[in-house]
Write a protein that binds this ligand. Structure first.
Ligand code: 13P
Ligand code: SF4
Length: 304
């Protein structure tokens, strides 16, 4: 009998999360995948997450339920151009967001997730290093703004978070007579992040909601993919939690790639059918593993 472990990101539909052994953010799922005693790991997420699981647990068969589950941060990044950019900044440390292909990771010194990006870059600056950041321009711009860094940035965006905008938020805020809060994922544009009461990873935002202790009738706007509203409302059914609008009347911002994880596709993947991550060579995996392991060692030291 094959041991099957199913992982689901917070952005998948509630019914997919209910099928999973572990639901979490990118960092938690990477750690869980690395340590899983499994023959088959079904990754109900997107391709870069399944690739990371395979790199960290190469003995397991890792299956992505739908081969179309990509990420715009990956598809907007031409790896040959990235390599030239890196060569132009040979004296910099290259920090890459985990939302990147295996080839991209192999061109990186450190991988970060939205959970640890702040701490890792602060650590590098404290050591006197110069840093370039890829691929998420919005996340990099926020770090530069927030901490006064001067990191050259690669220019790709999350097509979902990039839709949040200040005008729609201003209108939504004006329609709330009482207290309101905004929490946001750092893939959102800088003008949105500047309005936020809290900026953090999916787990960070979920914890903010869990621990919320301000006005009980406030409206909490959440600038991220709508899947995690399920987890937030489950944790705090007493609160008024709404997705941030992208235009008046539309609280409908979904990641098309995460939503490809349908019940049927996940069930098939649990039988070993779907997109098996078997195309990375041992050399590619070794090169990509190094910067991921650097991050995991740092994160375990700081977060466990
Ligand atoms: P987290 O690491 O915060 O879970 O984010 C992953 C992601 O793809 C956000 O769009
Ligand atoms: Fe990629 Fe954005 Fe979807 Fe996250 S929400 S997987 S960053 S496209």
């Amino acid at each position: 009998m094959s041991r099957v472990v199913t992982l689901a990101h917070y952005y998948t539909q509630p019914e997919i999360q209910q099928m999973a052994d572990k639901v979490g953010d990118s960092l938690e799922l990477s750690l869980f995948a690395r340590d899983a005693q499994a023959d088959i790991i079904v990754f109900a997420g997107v391709r870069f997450m399944a690739e990371t699981a395979k790199i960290l647990n190469p003995q397991a068969t890792v299956v992505l339920p739908d081969r179309g589950s990509t990420c715009s941060l990956v598809t907007q990044t031409d790896v040959a151009a990235l390599q030239r950019w890196r060569e132009q900044h040979a004296d910099h440390v290259h920090v890459s967001y985990i939302n990147s292909s295996a080839e991209h990771k192999a061109l990186s010194d450190w991988i970060v997730t939205s959970r640890n990006v702040d701490d890792i870059i602060a650590h590098l600056y404290a050591e006197g290093k110069k840093v370039i950041f890829s691929p998420d321009r919005n996340m990099g711009a926020y770090l530069n703004f927030q901490h006064g860094y001067d990191m050259p940035l690669w220019s790709a965006v999350c097509e979902v978070h990039d839709k949040f905008n200040q005008q729609a938020l201003d209108e939504a805020f004006a329609a709330v007579p009482g207290a309101r809060y905004l929490i946001a994922h750092p893939e959102s544009p800088l003008p949105v992040l500047q309005l936020a009461d809290y900026v953090g990873s999916t787990s960070g935002m979920l914890n903010w909601v869990r621990n919320y202790a301000y006005e009980p009738d406030a409206v909490i706007f959440v600038a991220t993919e709508d899947g995690i509203l399920y987890n937030m409302r489950l944790a705090r059914p007493d609160l008024r939690i709404e997705q941030a609008p992208i235009y008046a009347g539309c609280q409908c911002n979904q990641c098309p790639y995460m939503k490809m994880n349908t019940i049927e596709a996940v069930k098939r993947a649990q039988q070993g059918q779907g997109e098996v991550i078997d195309y990375l060579s041992p050399a590619q995996m070794d090169a990509a593993r190094l910067p991921i392991e650097r991050m995991l060692a740092f994160s375990e030291r700081y977060y466990r």
